[in-house]
Design a protein around this ligand. Sequence first.
Ligand code: OFO
Length: 164
Amino acid sequence: MLSNEVIKKLNEQVAKETYASNLYFNMSSWCYTHRYDGAGLFLFEHAKEESTHATKLISYLNETDSLLTIESIEKPESNFKSLLDVFEKTYEHELKITKSINELVELALNVKDYSTFNFLQWYVAEQHEEETLFRGIKDKISLAGNSDTSLYLIDEYIKGLTGK
Ligand code: OFO
């Protein structure tokens, strides 16, 4: 049996992961409509991944007989200045998600909820991986500069990260 406070925070995390999924779908669409098809595909795949992060939390709530109470999901932005702007924002967003996961882990420990603490370790590892991934992409776009050729090559590089 989870505490009400833990259930509330897990529900909030469902909303945050869903927001991330929606944000990345918007970013993917912006990329496709600005001819960055590689980044569009990468973000489309990543948006689907974020949605599985939400459903994994929902399954955990179901397994622990805890009520899912999805709150309204904030509208994500859909206009970006450049490919660099998109990936700077993905990185900033991942930092926010990491902070939120860390707060949940801390709460689970404080209330001695070792089951939730253990469940959350998957998210801790995932955030480490995603921060590294998005920081890497953002830094490479910065290094490549703004010429059409370098942006084309960067877009191909990002596409390669999907393995497709
Ligand atoms: Fe990329 O954030 Fe989910 O966990």
